[in-house]
Design a protein around this ligand. Sequence first.
Ligand SMILES: *[C@@H]1O[C@H](CO)[C@@H](O)[C@H](O)[C@H]1NC(C)=O
Length: 809
Amino acid sequence: MELHHNNRQVCYFFLYLCICGAICETFHYSVLEEKKSGSLVANVLKDLKVDVKELSARRARLVSEGTKQYFQLDPQSGDVLLKDRIDREALCGQKDPCILFSEIVLENPLQVHRIEVEIEDMNDNFPQFSKKEFLFEIPEHMPTNTRFPLEKAKDADRGENAVQNYTLSPNDHFRLDVQSHSDGTKSAQLVLEKQLDREEETRLFLTLLAVDGGSPKRTSTAKIIIDVLDSNDNVPQFDKTVYKVKIMENSQPGSLVAKVEAHDRDLGSNAEITYSFSQVPDDVQRIFKLNKHTGELTVGENIDYEINQNYAIDIKATDGGGLSAYCKVIVEVEDRNDNAPDVTLTSLTSPLPEDSPTDTVVALLRVTDRDSGDNGRTACTTEAYLPFMLKASVNNYYQLVTQQLLDRESISEYNITITATDRGSPRLTSTRIINVQISDVNDNAPVFEKSTYKMQLWENNIPGLLIGLVQAKDPDTEQNAKVTYLLLPGKVNNQPVSSYVSINSETGNLYAIQSLDYEQIKDFQVTVRAVDSGSPPLSSQVMVQVVIVDENDNAPFILYPLQNGTSPSNDLVPRRAEAGYLVTKVVAVDRDSGQNSWLSYELLKATEPGLFSVGAQNGEVKTMRPINKRDTFKQKLIIGVSDNGHPPQSTSATLSILLVDGFSDPYMKIVDIPKEEVVEEEDRTLTMYLVICLAVISFIFLVSVLVFIAIKIQKRRRFIESSALNFPVGPNFPENCGNADAGSLSRAYNYEVCLAGGSLNSEFRFLRPFFPVFSVEPAQSQEVQRISSGSHDLSSHPAESQLVSQVTV
Ligand SMILES: *[C@@H]1O[C@H](CO)[C@@H](O)[C@H](O)[C@H]1NC(C)=O
């Protein structure tokens, strides 16, 4: 502003000069800026065409425009000197040229000369960037030749001293393109020569140098920072393309199978990787689980080697920008011994006949194990003690064969345990029980419970009575064990067995067909056969002995003395006989046997009590005391004989004894009876009383008998009407007689039993002589008996022999 002001003043001054008529000349000088004060700018003497004397005389002086005086004139030399240091840039700024105007005024005549001093530029300023650093953000993979203009550097100096050039620090990616503008300034652009890759260099540091044209040159630098922005230019990369892993089957769910890992060199979401299955079947996806963030492949469901031994799983890794990569995980499943062997029964023969020969195939088995290797290698066994064994056959087949003969009767059923074991660790076993039934073969005959049977039958049985039971067991079963009984034909007493007994073929019960009499038959034997119903049938037989048991159905029978009632025999006893003299012996028999025939004797009545005694066992009549004179000549004894049956049966015998003097010849004594009759006279009255008593008793007895018989007949009629069987009157029984063996007497005696069927006497049985040796005319036709001289009952005692001979005569 001051300058403008000055210029206007200068114009005014020139106008004043023109008016005054003073002509002015202009002198042009130049001086460099930044010179020291006092430095010479120019000498004006020549230009003014004056000498020094005139100069000083004319009082020359330098007048500068404006307030500030930059120059001074030395009047002694005419030199214009710098009064002060001048900074062109401060004085003129961007103005060019920078000129300072002044005037030299001379008096006498007034002369005004213009002086122009141009201030010349000096390179005293550095180029200057507005910032120390410039930041560029450039995406990677920008196309080459992309230009990035740079800010100019400023230089206060002018012209050559201003910025003349830019240079860039050496680098791979950029070059610098410097352009000149019409105003003489220069600018620069960064040109991309090679694509940027963030993954190689995320940040580039460049240095820009601005150079001016001064001398010396002045430079300035600025930093250029280039941040490379990421673009998803990288595909994720797996560590391996194929992962091979092994895993045991039945691994716990959640256990790690493999970890796949992919990397992406990009940044941020472009490097964020998620993992996923690629085209993996659903069932495999259930077995394996993939963590999409970590890439961990874990067990999902149970892994079963037996279903699949290996898996190939494709896994995809995808970054945030959608680029994917693939890898494959090959999982090899390792077998574990988790399957027990399995025993399959292919065929079975059951029931098995017990007569099967050894080596008969009973069953065919197959053992399988789903595991592999040793885990699937199996062995098969069965219990050692069985009559069966296993024979290995091809392809894990086994034959169960018999190794012994079988017997259903000892073991009818087998539970055979088949044990299959594999060789895994730990070993697994499985068992199977095979039930083999043994079927029956008729190999056992019926066996009777006893080797012989002995049965008892009471005589006088009713026909049809159960005698007993035979039983045979057959260890076989069903038909083979169904036993039937039958009687083998045979003879009993010359009659067929079947007329005596019959057998129930089902139960083995033996029944009596007829009523039996012990006195006729004591026992008999029949043979029973037991037959099973097998094919062919087997049988066995047993002997059955039927013993007829005696009943006390016979009263004792007196053999001696003869009890025919007409002439009782007399036994003679000498009066001088001592006590214990054996008078006689009562002989009685009983046709029953055993207890029923054990006879006992007792003295029921005697003429002279206390004189005689009877042996209870042997029937011997003995004197108890010596005979005295008062004892009557004729003694009469009634002796009761009873058997030992239940109830006992008894009979009585009357014995006459004559007491005689001397006993040399008993027959002579008998002749002497008249003598004795004298004695007897004394007893006649007594005898008469006895006879009367006897007659009365006999009469009562007879009446009783008649009444009894009448009652019996009544009962009998009723009984015959109700059961005709009770009293056999068949052809085997002649109307009156039947033959039978003798009873208690030896078999040498035969008696003929005569029955007066239907008559009043039918209850009584009578003995009729059948013995040819003796022939005694019976006093009564009803009963006759004979005793052989060899009879065991009477043979031992001499007195007995006498008695016997007496009887036989
Ligand atoms: C065999 O097994 C069956 C069924 O468990 C059983 O009823 C039978 O009693 C067994 N037999 C033997 C001889 O153990």
